[in-house]
Write a protein of this length. Structure first.
Length: 378
């Protein structure tokens, strides 16, 4: 058996013979073994390459029985047929011709319906959410049909879901300096935990919860508005503005309570705590546990005796909108808000005074029907 080096040598010789036209059919490519005139005739005469060395030897035997003149004539006769692409199997294309693009396979009505559901304005949940039996947006019908879809149909659905997620944040441009790691949206679960507190505050202020004015000064992608509106709080202010420029200009919007998940980098938290104290309005801040041990914490608040803390029973997840953070810093799971992350153990820092004192709030919390997802501690 020929070594690899010999095979490469024969291949080069065959290419040279092809390029010079020496007893070669134009535009043909030959097996590595087919480097002699007899072998090339075997290829040209049948319009295909011998698939095994055994078949090649049979052709060689046949060719050896011919005299040189007969062999040369056979090669010349076979060349036009091979050049025109005539053969037993493959029809070879002429130089310069391109194959027509294959027609796109039609999708089934079921697949088209799924695609349309992702394009609906009120669509909720990503593809992974709808296929996850433990998720609130689980779609049992889609889960049952998923394996019956063809590969092309599944690819089309995945691509539609990816484009939908990207389009949600494609136009976000923050008109203020940002840190990549600060781009995290709060989950709906975290807002559900504080919904009873906000309802109680609205009651103490003598207004329905739909009229409670909520201000979130830090803008990421605006999910807070949607989450709180789903809980019945319709007056939520969260716009893409520079919070510190708004303070300096004296244009802070009217509000009853501050509810925010601030950026954790730099001195944002310290500045926020100082402003909340000077603002003299109730506030609920979702932050990692380590901020309560920072040297500036007590100083920024002045008096922390009125502070209460709401701890979740299950660690909160956050969502990084697509395109706002480098890929190597994100997990693979994607949701409506982007990529899921949970970098820190976090809880709510809250003070509802002067509307509700800490003592009165604790008494109400102990007597009221508390949400199962959270517990309180002073």
């Amino acid at each position: 058996r020929a070594s690899k080096a010999e095979q490469r040598k024969r291949k080069r010789e065959a290419k040279v013979g092809q390029s010079t036209g020496e007893e070669c059919a134009p535009g043909k490519k030959y097996r590595v073994e087919a480097s002699s005139a007899e072998d090339r005739y075997a290829v040209d005469a049948t319009g295909e390459r011998p698939k095994t060395n055994g078949k090649l030897k049979k052709h060689q035997k046949k060719c050896k029985a011919m005299d040189p003149q007969e062999l040369a004539e056979a090669v010349v006769e076979a060349a036009p047929a091979a050049a025109d692409g005539i053969g037993k199997k493959a029809k070879r294309k002429k130089k310069g011709e391109s194959a027509p693009a294959p027609a796109a396979a039609a999708l089934s009505p079921e697949a088209e319906a799924v695609l349309a559901s992702f394009s609906a304005p009120d669509a909720k949940g990503t593809l992974s959410d709808r296929l996850n039996p433990t998720h609130p947006h689980f779609d049992a019908a889609l889960k049952a049909k998923w394996k019956s879809f063809s590969k092309k149909e599944r690819e089309a659905i995945v691509e539609r879901d990816r484009r939908r997620l990207q389009s949600a944040t494609a136009q976000i441009r923050h008109p203020f300096p940002t840190a990549e790691d600060d781009h995290c949206e709060t989950s709906a679960e975290a807002y559900r935990d504080v919904a009873p507190l906000l309802e109680h505050l609205a009651e103490r202020l003598g207004k329905p919860k739909a009229r409670l004015r909520i201000y979130d000064p830090y803008y990421c992608a605006g999910a807070v508005v949607r989450h709180l509106q789903e809980l019945g709080f319709n007056r939520v202010y969260n716009k893409c503005q520079d919070f510190y420029a708004v303070i300096e200009a004296g244009s802070v919007p009217s509000h009853d309570v501050v509810v925010t998940n601030p950026p954790y980098s730099g001195d944002h938290v310290e500045r926020l705590l100082r402003w909340c104290r000077s603002n003299a309005k109730p506030f609920l801040l979702l932050m990692p546990s380590y901020f309560s041990t920072k040297p500036f914490y007590q100083a920024a608040l002045g008096d922390a005796s009125s502070m209460l803390y709401l701890f979740p029973r299950k660690r909160y997840m956050y969502w990084t909108p697509k395109g706002l953070r480098a890929k190597d810093k994100m997990q693979s799971h994607s949701g409506v808000l982007g990529h899921r992350t949970s970098p820190f153990v976090s809880f709510w820092y809250l003070d509802l005074s002067p509307a509700v004192s800490a003592k009165r709030l604790l008494k109400w919390w102990a007597s009221a029907a508390r949400p199962e997802a959270a517990r309180s501690s002073a």
